[in-house]
Design a protein around this ligand. Structure first.
Ligand code: GLC
Length: 737
């Protein structure tokens, strides 16, 4: 039998298996498969066991006790009528026991292979506890850093998010999602959650069709193409229709346009929240609306198991619709090797601790972004330092450096920056540690004097500042995204000592650093780098590794610039540097129209502090010889773009070359720049390499309001370089068909 038939036969076998199971199941048992309950500890085990035995539970969330998982799976398989095992779900977002850098930090590596490796290790560690489903990747495009969940996103760009999301899915699921050391992935939060108004979590999202189609949906479409087993609905209402009751999103787009045949889980009680939103009258109404919209599984609200049976008996929802929902869950369980497969009889192994830590260290190293390095302050020469002051409230915080979403993270695995620096300088130089502040939020300057004294008596001061983990993540949003507490004052106080000041910022979001950036001689953005953030930073600070990270989000100068992102529209009155005046420079009595009538802020201009894609190195890279093999192209052809990248410095280092386009004229205006490709490569000093990119009509197309994906004939700008301001330019004309 050739593969095609074999595939058909296995798919046919799955559908036949589903039909056979559905034919044998009662309505209550079907509703049970749609029901996810939370683990409430051993004291509640017996009641849960009874529900599993009776077929009232399809999944358990937040259970990581292998003994309990084995006991419940045994009951499900051997004591329930149909022997359907459970999905065991957990937020394995960026690591499990070994914590990897935040997803936002991983995106800064621009290294999909590394993101895949991080997810692979996380899956292997989690699977040992019996977990078989993670609620990741979070692929909400995030353009508002006030929103705490930017920490778990891959940033502001749809293409980078799509690439990283697909890599994470592959790391969790691999090509064999039935293997015992894999986790089913979950593309979340579908959709548009990152557009929560005002940067406040759970808030309304008012997303115009063009932005929904071209910014927020593409990563989810890429997730379907990457084989994501499951999707999760977002909490938000989308232009008045909450995602968990949104038939256009869950059925028209996900099922009919994209042919997704996995399963959709609600977010935590987001079905009952349809009443809170004001979309539904009561829980019965919410269950009906969510089921008809296309939510297959109810995360912990209990309304499906409580109300769908009698809604079906009364004819308000058809048995066919119930069977579709249950069928999606059964299909997912079959593909995960849970039904008929031998997944549960296989024993997965925890990855070697050293292997896990090595991946975590590499990821932390590649995710750090060097934002400033005046006079090549970095790297430090450990043999030329006799004393080093380690200052700041984030220098020695094993739990804080792990960041948000680390329910299972083992802080004892963390190596802090203080630990790592002390180890590197042991026997060579004195290390004087003074936190200066109790926490990143503290305003108590009592210990400033000791910090100042430490810095003044040392050759160089390294400040570890930023945000504690609790200041980002779900429901943790900030209006003022400057350094919290008195940290900026601490930086200024250390600056006053006259010693070289190196900043390391450990945070879960881009911070507005406009008022403090000049105080640093050098600045490394480490995000929350996970278990091995310390050794990674020590390697970078002392030149054992070279920074290669690039920003996956734009950094504003001040909070009031938000939202600010590179892929913006040109507007009818774009600002130019020479047409922008600062509020302090306005002449008294200036006439109303004298300030230039363009799109900028009087007190903040229009440019960010650091642009998307930006990151420095300990060497320099030059771009030249941008060439395109044709300046005209039909829709059926492809253009080949090449450029030369040269390492003009003295250190071997990696560069991430980026390609951006601009569709100059389109009936729906297009962004001034769009990332369409990138390539990471290592170059030796003096080495030049030619980078090649291929552009097809797909890279030039965009989604129209009717959902069609097509390019408009006309001229396109193309840039290649090291960040979103790349100025090496060529052009391409797409000919009329
Ligand atoms: C949370 C989050 C979601 C998470 C789920 C389960 O509220 O929104 O991302 O996966 O509940 O913990």
């Amino acid at each position: 039998m050739d593969m095609a038939n074999e595939y058909n036969s296995s798919e046919m076998a799955i559908e036949e298996r589903i039909r056979n199971l559905l034919a044998e199941m009662t309505l209550e048992e079907k509703a049970g498969q749609l029901n996810q309950v939370q683990w409430n500890g051993w004291e509640a085990f017996d009641a849960l066991a009874d529900d599993v035995r009776a077929g009232r539970v399809g999944s358990v969330i937040n259970l990581v006790d292998r003994a309990a998982v084995d006991a419940l799976q045994t009951i499900a398989r051997q004591e329930s009528r149909h022997g359907i095992p459970l999905l065991i779900g957990r937020d394995v977002i960026h690591g499990f026991h070994t914590v990897m850098p935040l997803p936002l930090a991983q995106a800064a590596s621009w290294n999909p292979d590394l993101v895949r490796d991080c997810a692979r290790i996380s899956a292997q560690e989690a699977a040992v506890t019996g977990v078989n489903w993670t609620f990741a990747p979070m692929i909400d495009v995030s353009r508002d850093p006030r929103w705490g969940r930017v920490a778990e996103s891959f940033g502001e760009d749809p293409y980078l998010t799509s690439v990283m999301g697909a890599a994470m899915i592959d790391g969790y699921q691999t090509s064999d999602p039935a293997a015992a050391d894999t986790l089913l992935a979950c593309a979340k939060h579908f959709a548009g959650y990152g557009a929560s108004e005002g940067g406040r979590d759970y808030n309304s999202t008012n997303i115009p069709p063009n932005e929904m189609r071209n910014v927020h949906l593409p990563p989810f479409k890429a997730a379907v193409e990457a084989g994501a087993a499951t999707f999760m609905t977002s909490f938000g209402d989308i232009d008045g229709v909450p995602a968990s009751g949104n038939e256009w999103l869950l059925t028209d787009v996900l099922r009919e346009e994209w042919s997704f045949d996995g399963m959709v889980v609600s977010d935590w009680e987001s079905i009952t929240q349809l009443c809170t939103h004001g979309m539904c009258e009561d829980e019965v109404d919410a269950a009906l609306v969510a089921a008809e919209a296309g939510v297959d599984m109810d995360m912990v609200s209990g309304v499906y198991s409580a109300h769908l049976p009698h809604l079906c008996e009364s004819g308000e929802i058809s048995m066919d619709r119930i069977d579709q929902l249950v069928g999606n869950i059964l299909r997912t369980k079959i593909r995960a090797g849970l039904i008929d497969g031998d997944r549960l009889d296989q024993q997965s192994e925890e990855p070697a601790r050293l292997t896990a830590l090595a991946v975590a260290r590499q990821a932390a190293t590649e995710s750090c972004v060097l934002l400033r390095n005046e006079m090549d302050t970095l790297p430090l020469s450990s043999d030329q330092i006799s004393s080093l002051a380690v200052i700041g409230p984030m220098a020695n915080e094993p739990a804080e450096q792990m960041g948000t979403w680390v329910f299972d993270g083992k802080s004892e695995r963390s190596v802090t920056p203080l630990d790592a620096i002390t180890s590197v300088l042991e026997g060579q130089a004195e290390v004087d540690f003074e936190p200066g502040l109790e926490t990143t939020r503290s305003h108590d300057k009592t210990h400033f004097a000791r910090a100042i004294e430490a810095a003044a008596s040392c050759d160089v001061a390294v400040l570890f500042i930023g945000e504690e983990a609790i200041l980002s993540g779900e429901a943790h949003c900030r209006a003022d995204i400057t350094l919290p507490g008195a940290q900026a004052d601490l930086v200024r106080a250390i600056r006053q000592t006259g010693k070289p000041v190196i900043g390391v910022i450990m945070a879960g979001r881009p911070l507005a650093l406009g008022d403090v950036i000049e105080e640093f001689d050098a600045l490394v953005y480490a995000w929350h780098g996970g278990s091995m953030s310390g050794p990674a930073l020590a390697d970078l600070l002392f030149g054992r590794a070279v920074p290669s990270g690039k920003l996956p989000v734009t950094f504003p100068k001040v909070s009031g610039q938000v939202p600010i992102y590179y892929g913006h529209k040109n507007t009818g009155r774009p600002p130019e540097a020479d047409t922008v005046i600062h509020i302090d420079d306005i002449e008294k009595g200036a006439p109303q129209t004298s300030l230039g009538m363009t799109s900028f802020l009087l007190d903040a201009g229009y440019e960010p502090l650091f642009p998307f894609g930006f990151g420095l190195s300990y060497t320099k890279f030059a771009y030249s010889d941008l060439h395109i093999d044709r300046h005209e192209m039909s829709e059926k052809e492809m253009a080949i773009v090449t450029a030369t990248v040269t390492n003009t410095g003295t250190r071997t280092a990696s560069e991430i070359t980026q390609l951006y386009i601009r569709d100059r004229v389109a009936r729906i205006t297009r962004p001034v720049r769009e990332l369409k490709a990138f390539r990471r490569q290592e170059l030796a000093p003096g080495e030049s390499v030619q980078v090649e990119f291929r552009l097809s009509v797909n890279e030039l197309a965009y989604y129209h309001r009717d959902g069609s994906f097509q390019a408009e004939p006309g001229d396109f700008d193309i840039w290649v370089g090291g960040d979103s301001r790349a100025d090496l330019h060529t052009s391409l004309r797409l000919l009329k068909a």
